[in-house]
Ligand binder design. Sequence first.
Ligand code: HEM
Length: 257
Amino acid sequence: MENIIEAYTGLTTEGKKSRTPARYDKLLTATGVILALFMMGHMLFVSTILLGKDVMYKVTKLFELDFLFEGGLPVVVSVIVAIISFIFIIHALLGLRKFPTSYKTYIKVREHSKIMKHPDTSMWMFQWISGLIMVFAASIHLYIMFTQPQNIGPYASADRVVGQHMWLLYAILLICVEIHGSVGLYRAAMKWGWFDGDNPKETRKKLFNVKKALSAFFLALGVITLLAYIKIGIDHSSMAGTKYSPKDNLTIEISKN
Ligand code: HEM
């Protein structure tokens, strides 16, 4: 009971202010920053397909530590997925605390945000909704990556995107994650005053522009990457299930000459 009172009011039974909500907020920010940085790296890794199938294949094998173990060990990817999933669950649970607990509360917040005409408050509402969508959509993606790490590669990934209709899930995830991530980083920087400097108002404007640029860049990269996987998946549909081998490119080169 004491814990419940503390969680809702921030007051202990002795009437002292509890530090727990502030600690949870810090953990929410820390896990969010780790996930946002991971997602930037993830997008760059996935988009190596734009540099060619060979490049994406080599990066995939690098994650499987093929320089240490002959042919690579896909289970290494499962371990990375497990770590990211753990951070994702902690972040989601801490974020859920901020959800309106009833329809009445939701209406109050919405009215409040309309009256204030405050873009940062509207962003907060977007964070809730996109966060909730991601809890479902990212769980599906993470489960597949955890259980089938051997099926990552130029053809295996493209076959999944087209043959298993993952393109739809990825399109939804892409919009949510890129906006949620950049809004999250911006709001965290504002909340904790990381770059306040001498003129916090000016900083807010600058950070808002950085946020917009980050969202636009990663969204555009994501869309182009997704289209590339869709094209490879369609071209490869008659051979779906067969994996890419660097020899495939060699065969094409030899037959060209
Ligand atoms: C360690 C964890 C993760 C791994 C190993 C991973 C791996 C991959 C791989 C290999 C692809 C290419 C398509 C495929 O093979 O199906 C992909 C695409 C994608 N992933 Fe992840 N992923 C991880 C976590 C996440 C998370 C947490 C999110 C979002 C919350 C996410 C969002 C996406 C999106 C949106 C795409 C499509 C990108 C595009 O083509 O535009 N991934 N991921």
